[in-house]
Design a protein around this ligand. Sequence first.
Ligand SMILES: [Zn+2]
Length: 467
Amino acid sequence: MRRPFRLSALCLIACASQSPKESRPSGSDGQVTATVDVPWSEGAEASPLAQLSDLGVDNVVVIEVDTLRLDRLSFYQSARDTMPNSSGRTGWVASSDHHSSTSWTNPSVATLFTGLDSHENGILTVGSSEEDYSATEAPLVSEHLAESGFITAFFNGNGSLERTNLHQGWGFARNVYDDPGNGVAIVEAGLDWLDSRRQGVPFVLHLRPSDTHRKWAPMVADRGTFVPIGQLPFSYSDDHDAQEAVVIPLLVAEDGRSEALQEQLSAVYDEEILGLDRALSLLLDGLAQRGLSESTLVVFTADHGETIFDRGIDYGHGWALSEELIRIPLIFFHPSLNNEVIDGCASESWDLYPTLFDMLGVEPMIATHGGSFLDNCRYDLRFSLYMRSTEGSGNQLSALAFSEWPSKLVLDCQTSVCKAYDLTVDPLETMPESCTRPTVSEPMDQLLGYRSEILATIPELSCDVVE
Ligand SMILES: [Zn+2]
């Protein structure tokens, strides 16, 4: 469902902490207060993802890739055919309106595993040092699954999570740091776990490959597919640190970010996705060989995306909320699904596990804001936040983004500047606009819910309102 363009509504919300309107309930301090905890839209059309509830699955395998943007996958008509094996088989449905809560690993995974925003689950720092450990006290989906009678396992390919307690609660947890292309190794480990598990008990297996996480090293078999190896200004190394030591100086050199280099590294990223395609196919074939295809739903998603020279010079993630960083794949695999891409069913990463609980007949977790998207789709409302730790000042909310497709508002909490974008004409978010005619749409009002309290904590937001 597409809603009318409402750039003006976004502006009012940006300014709400300064001048709450009559139409919104206010607390005694004049700040906007929450009206709805879970911002479901009244009267929403039936969810096109409701078909998932008819599958009758007992088990789930989630592949949550570290650093994978949606638009590079064959399922979403990417320029290069990066996932020929998995998209070429029958039995999948892909949603094009799923997005991450933030743009770097630990807070993204924390939101996924708690159903709570970063400021609530407590895992929000960038954390660049070994000592920078942050733990959440919020209940975890792993713990909830165990209490609900599932056996679970977690295989993780990014060491950053070791600085959190997000391994907690899984029945079995292991790190698999093989380079390059740990997706295949992680799937192999997951299949081994399936063979050793207690039979007859429903299971949830969560896999976190990191093939596309700034390694600049595709699996050996995939090198040269999209860019001839001889054209690259570096040699491949199977050691992640050694590879970074070669490529990063090229990126920071004054004349290093040539268009040729940008195109080469972009092609290398797509070659890394070929390894994920290999891993995903290995998993699907492995489930079939074990007679588990019908009873198991496979979910393929990501923690956040990646900027790949989208604006000419920038590469990486973790500093912003632009679309290529927060728009992530969400693809379901089951023999009964009919190879379809669904537009307009907006969901966030914190909705994924509540949806899986709904599908598996597990009671909802009490302390989550996410909800199942099997019954209802939200309007095209999305919310992300980015927090970073700046030296000497601790954790700070750095930026907030709201979008009600195709309008998007980004609030820079450090500079108190808000910027509005129309993503249909400005997909790269390089032309911020000012706002006009403030009105609040009903869906946006509901979406804000408790999150309006976050906005109220940002002082002196400035937003040019032009009547
Ligand atoms: Zn990540």
